[in-house]
Design a protein around this ligand. Sequence first.
Ligand code: SF4
Length: 356
Amino acid sequence: MNNFSTGRNIIGIPRALSYYGNYPFYYGFFKALGINIILSDKTTTKIINEGVEKVVSDTCLPIKVFVGHVLNLLEKGCDKIFVPSLQSSSYKINNCSKIRGLPEIIRNVIDKPFKMIEPTIDKTEGISFKDFCFDIAHEYNIYNKDLINSAIKSGWVVYDNFLKMTNSGVNYETALQNAIEGKILNPQMEIVRPLSVVIMAHGYNLFDERISMRLLKKLEKMGVKAYTSLNVTKENALDSIKQLGEIQYWANELDLTGTAAYYMLNNKVDGIIALSAFGCGPDSLMVDEIQYHAKEYNMPMIHLTIDEHTGEAGFVTRLEAFVDMLLRNKRKALEINNPPKTLPPVIKKERVLTKV
Ligand code: SF4
């Protein structure tokens, strides 16, 4: 057991699920409360396999990965682990049952002793984000309201800086690193690429490079610009869902339906890539919804599903075929709009022969 990982003022955060959306806030908040964060390692095959062994096979990959990360923190000797209970993010805007029941899943599948920090947010039931933060602080015997409120503000500062950067095009890793170092990068010059796509996916599937099989890097190598939920403001995503005549039901809907809808409605991309975990109920509904509208807007779309058995070769083949098809579509559209220039007809002048 590592000494640094135990004690009153530490918290282990699994690098999975809500980590990908909320870590900038957690970083600022815990730091201001004087609580040291221990992160689990980046996802590896070992972490996935250990999670897979603990839960029933039809559980989705992200939950298996979360379990693997909790085990990784326990291996590091961390005895307090953050397992939030995220029920609803707004009134009747719910998370899926697995995210809602996450503390129960962990309690039932991990039989090692540790303290679970399991605050609840449930706006449908009137449990606010502020209540969630106060619950966490109370677990550490911190009851000073001014201190907790000021820690919440510090969390928002880091989070807002992170969002400012991602909204202006800075990539996930760079924005996260700079935000936790208290820096903001200036908006970057957008690199113009021959093709662009929007990816509809949960952050925990897309930004975990092991789960997404480095999808973003693969697209970059193929010369494809990829837009993600981090490039769209929440207001624009919500507005786009409404413009399609749909309603937001799931908590993560802005990252999926809203993001895809925004780029499709504004005609900013050549295609849509949906990336989701095999067997995910909410994602299958959201992907179906966007597939239906993509047909209306004549927007090519591919749905890539992932689980612990997904082979990289098949994944890449499907991706390359889709990108090839987008390229052919684009060439065809360019040819129709700019037909090859025809030379003006040659006018033959008759020679007048004059007799000498
Ligand atoms: S939304 Fe889908 S992928 Fe995410 S935890 Fe729930 S079932 Fe799993």
